[in-house]
Design a protein around this ligand. Structure first.
Ligand code: 3QA
Length: 228
């Protein structure tokens, strides 16, 4: 199978590139795509750059240009649910855009006509992830992930996102990737390890835990690929 592995930042895919060892680099649409064989699969690995727009471009390219048949996102997130500590893993059940707002016209937050507030992730991949977690003896939380073009470092904003979408974690790319995969009918998994808790200390914690949490997520994604 052709499997896409995507992150937003270099730190999120570097541990994966290290694991696969050797790969080819293809330059395309102002980005670099890394391809290799891994077990029975062909991998296409890329980081998009931060945010919904760049991640939309990269997810679309991974599928339409590189022929990905399944897409796995690996990275870090801000934790909302107090059960999630720094380093813990969450896989998205469904995802929404917390910064999408046409409420002036009576629509709910996160909704645009002909869209939906929530995009559901692939149930089979999620089940597979839960099995992998069990086999590794680690806890994997399943929950709602909210996406927006903001690094959230505010207790008020975090509380609003929690209340409005019942989100468990937040980040800046998952929902745009989900929208692309949903539209193109490509099963996807959005996996994140917590790097901070999106409040006052978020910037400081993010800098301190980006690498270690990205590594935790990457290790899990590699295990996932081995089980596909
Ligand atoms: C944040 C990264 C972006 O790709 C989304 C990390 C972790 N904690 C978050 C939070 N709010 C929103 N998202 C997140 N990722 C990029 S900003 C730092 C850039 O530094 C998830 C995420 N609290 C670059 C060096 O200048």
């Amino acid at each position: 199978m052709r499997v896409a592995i995507m992150g937003a930042m270099p730190e999120e895919i570097e541990p994966i590139l290290q694991r696969v060892g050797s790969y080819e680099t293809v330059e395309y649409v102002q980005n670099r795509y890394f391809t290799c064989n891994y077990g029975r699969h062909t991998l296409v690995i890329a980081y998009s750059k931060i945010g919904k727009v760049f991640s939309t471009l990269t997810a679309t390219t991974l599928i339409e240009k590189f022929g990905a048949e399944v897409l796995l996102f690996s990275g870090v997130a801000g934790g909302i649910n107090p059960e999630l500590a720094i380093g813990d893993l969450i896989v998205a059940t469904k995802l929404c855009q917390h910064d999408l707002d046409i409420t002036a016209f009576g629509h709910p937050y996160g909704y645009v006509p002909e869209g939906a507030v929530f995009i559901e992730s692939d149930a089979a991949l999620r089940r597979r992830a839960v099995e992998v977690a069990r086999s590794m003896g680690i806890v994997l939380k399943e929950g709602v992930i909210a996406t927006g073009d903001q690094f959230v470092a505010s207790p008020e904003r975090k509380a609003w996102i929690e209340k409005t979408f019942h989100a468990d974690a937040l980040e800046m790319e998952g929902t745009s990737v989900a929208v692309v995969c949903d539209a193109l009918e490509i099963p996807f998994l959005i996996l994140r390890a917590i790097s901070d808790t999106a409040d006052m200390d978020a910037g400081f914690d993010f800098d301190a835990f980006l690498e270690s949490s990205a590594q935790i997520s990457a290790d899990f994604i590699v295990k996932m690929v081995e089980q596909l």
